[in-house]
Design a protein. Structure first.
Length: 184
């Protein structure tokens, strides 16, 4: 509500302040756990030679590749009981999981849905801010979609339909039926 607070009109009161459910962080967390699982299961697979390191060794007459080869060779000798190729795969999985986790965390922190006595305001974004506003008198319906897990943990997707526009595509919200309650 930090951003939306600056958009309020005189005599406008906030009735509902929606938040993104922390469940959006789960996919990134699972990818990070998968990378850890790969490294755990790959213990005692080292000792062999790596195709990737052999290719870099053969190309090491180029100075930047030589520096990369030396760095990767030091990385392999520091933990020699895991095969280098598996380390590279786990590193890729870990970077992807970290990317997913960070992007969803930013989404969690920057998405706002506020219902006031006059209008509905939805905002998302950090550098490129997207704001959608609908006058409450122009709302034709609210669609709440919940899975079984969403019903148990009280989260779901919300689409607010107006006569001329709609607010949809928001991440999963905590207490989605409160949106429906405040708009009916």
């Amino acid at each position: 509500m930090r951003y939306v607070k600056h958009l309020l009109l005189p005599n406008e009161e906030i009735l509902y302040d929606g938040h993104v459910h922390p469940r959006v962080l789960l996919p990134g967390f699972l990818w990070l756990m998968f990378a850890a699982y790969i490294l755990h299961e790959a213990s005692n697979t080292g000792g062999g030679s790596s195709i990737f390191l052999r290719i870099l060794y053969n190309l090491s007459f180029f100075e930047p590749i030589n520096k990369l080869y030396n760095t990767l060779e030091n990385w392999q000798t520091s933990v020699p009981n895991i095969a280098f190729d598996i380390k590279i795969i786990a590193l890729g999985v870990m970077l992807y999981g970290l990317y997913r986790f960070i992007t969803q965390f930013i989404l969690l922190m920057t998405t706002e849905l506020v219902i006031t006595n006059l209008r509905v305001i939805a905002k998302t974004g950090i550098t490129t801010v997207i704001t959608v506003e609908i006058d409450r008198r122009r709302i034709s319906g609210v669609l709440v979609v919940q899975s079984l897990a969403g019903r148990i943990m009280d989260y779901g997707n919300v689409v607010i339909q107006g006569f001329t526009t709609s607010i949809g595509g928001l991440p999963i919200l905590v207490n989605p039926h409160l949106v429906e309650k405040f708009l009916s």
